[in-house]
Design a protein around this ligand. Sequence first.
Ligand code: ISJ
Length: 364
Amino acid sequence: MDLDAARGKISEVDRKLVELLNERARLSLSVGAAKRQSLKEQGASGEPEVYVPAQEKRVFEKVRGLNQGPLSADSVCAIYREIMSASISLQSDVSVGYLGPPGTFSHQAAIKRFGDSLAYVPYPKIEDVIAATEKEEITYGLVPIENSTFGAVVQTLDVFVNQPRVRIRAEVYLPVTQSLLSRYQLSAIRKVYSHPQAFGQSRQWLDQNLPNASRIDVASTAKAAELAAAENYTAAISSEVCASIYNLDVLAKDITSTKDNTTRFFVLGQSSDTPTGDDKSLLMFTVDHRQPGALCSALDVFAKYKINQTAINSRPSLQRQWHYMFFVEIAGHELDECVARALTEIKEYCLDLVVLGSYPRQAY
Ligand SMILES: C=C(O[C@@H]1C=C(C(=O)O)C=C[C@H]1O)C(=O)O
């Protein structure tokens, strides 16, 4: 086929594609109308959930299975991310809050999960994102929860300890590459700004290469880049995206201590999604300190029901000194029968058990 003929055929395919995309969009408007109708029939007030991670997971799996190439399944899924983003925005005005300013890994994770068609709202602190979700100032809030190198994001867990009225709706994994950004050469740098998590992920590199520079914690890696752009003899540990946003040079790339450094985020909303058959749930509880082995007995309930624990963390309970709030993530959905039974049983050993949410398991 010659060039003109190939371009002519592409143009014909584009015409059909645009037609099909709009046909799909009209159907997603019908989905929105059906959700509203069903809420009305149940006598419930408020807007239906427009972002449905369980359904999106099914669509991605279906599309992966259908794909015969030459496009890679990942490319087709990236295109579908945008198609679904557009159909969400058509159903309703959706806004997603994240830890800003623009360019943070939270911002990148939000775009990875929600695509380009939604409105993004930066907040200066993680607790502000959670408070804005609680007040429904934004439709969904995205917060970091743990990093594969440095562990739990304690700022997020500490807000959960106060039991905000939000539910986890989805999880997102984002590969994270930390870099040293500055307007100066390495030898001139006296001060480094970053988020405590990014310092933790890059500590070895800093000890070796900038042992005498002071390390100043700030609320986000993008805030660090903003400060490094404004102040003399400073640098930031941040993302390469921020190097271009804040006009900084990348002095060193990929300075984290482990390979495949990845951060996991939660999408928070007003409710969790329905079970998919492959979900996880995050529980938060304290145990009765007067019962010896109470934590062990609580965790034993999961063993009894053959429920896998995928993560465990603890934070000070803030109620009594040396008492802890435990965060246990398990495989399964709160509405799965065996999880529901285990939760009833585990309450015997736990005080204040809260299910923070159930969400479809995502690939790393
Ligand atoms: C259309 C829906 O709403 C959203 C859009 C989807 C899509 O375009 O396929 C899938 C899930 C939802 O995030 C739905 O719930 O089915």
